[in-house]
Design a binder for this molecule. Structure first.
Ligand code: COA
Length: 190
């Protein structure tokens, strides 16, 4: 077990997963709009399995895809965090930053607020040299988060190995954020 890292932002608490997260996580994973850029919505069992994997990785490493709690009302609204992708990606090894929020939590800046704080952990506490993100080409909302974070779109467009050839979501874009660029942008803000 590693030392647990949890994160506070002005409006959010990124924390280890709890059993009580399973029901709201299953609800957002069953929402076709939330899952529009994934092969399919998740069943309750698939959703519980993903929550358990997130929890186990945070137990093992101290960091991961954290459960995202809204401070105003204590509600679980999804996950944001850092992860080592399991798929055989053409740019592996890498650490990705990722997010998935319930639809009622979109349009309020929560994903970007949480992700900015996760980048601080990734670069300052974990000492990563680069953090990447990737998504299906058409996922404009996710790409907009990457761009707000100062990530740069790579020239690489790749076929996600977990999807079958010809699947309409198979082509993915890659965004990168090298530590030096993040540091330069962060210095520019002070
Ligand atoms: C990707 C996803 C997390 C993006 O959520 P989002 O709410 O659009 O992104 P942010 O949290 O950064 O919010 C930005 C929006 O909040 C608005 N906003 C409102 N109040 C704000 C505030 N206080 N601070 C910042 N932005 C605010 C911004 O203007 C922006 O609005 P716009 O979308 O109309 O331009 C969300 O769409 C999602 O969960 N999608 C499904 C899962 C998914 O596809 N994940 C990615 C797979 S790679």
């Amino acid at each position: 077990m590693a030392d647990l890292i949890e994160i506070d932002t002005p409006r959010l608490h990124l924390r280890q997963w709890r059993d009580a997260d399973d029901a709201p996580f299953a609800a957002l994973n069953a929402d076709a709009e939330v899952m529009r850029y994934f092969p399919a919505p998740l069943s309750r069992a698939e959703s519980n399995g993903m929550a358990a994997r997130c929890r186990d990785r945070i137990d093992a490493l101290g960091w991961g895809f954290w459960a995202c709690e809204r401070k105003a009302d204590g509600a679980f609204i999804g996950f944001v965090g850092l992860n080592v992708p399991a798929a055989a990606l053409p740019f592996a090894p890498c650490v990705e930053i990722g997010w998935r929020l319930a639809r009622e939590a979109w349009g309020q800046g929560f994903a970007t607020e949480a992700a900015r704080a996760a980048l601080v952990v990734g670069f300052e506490r974990l000492g990563l040299d680069e953090i990447v993100s990737f998504t299906a080409l058409g996922n404009r909302r996710s790409r907009a988060v990457m761009e707000r974070l100062g990530m740069h779109e790579d020239a690489l467009v790749f076929e996600h190995p977990a999807l079958q050839a010809g699947h309409p979501l198979r082509s993915h874009c890659l965004y990168r954020l090298p530590r030096a660029d993040w540091e330069a942008a962060t210095r520019g803000c002070v």
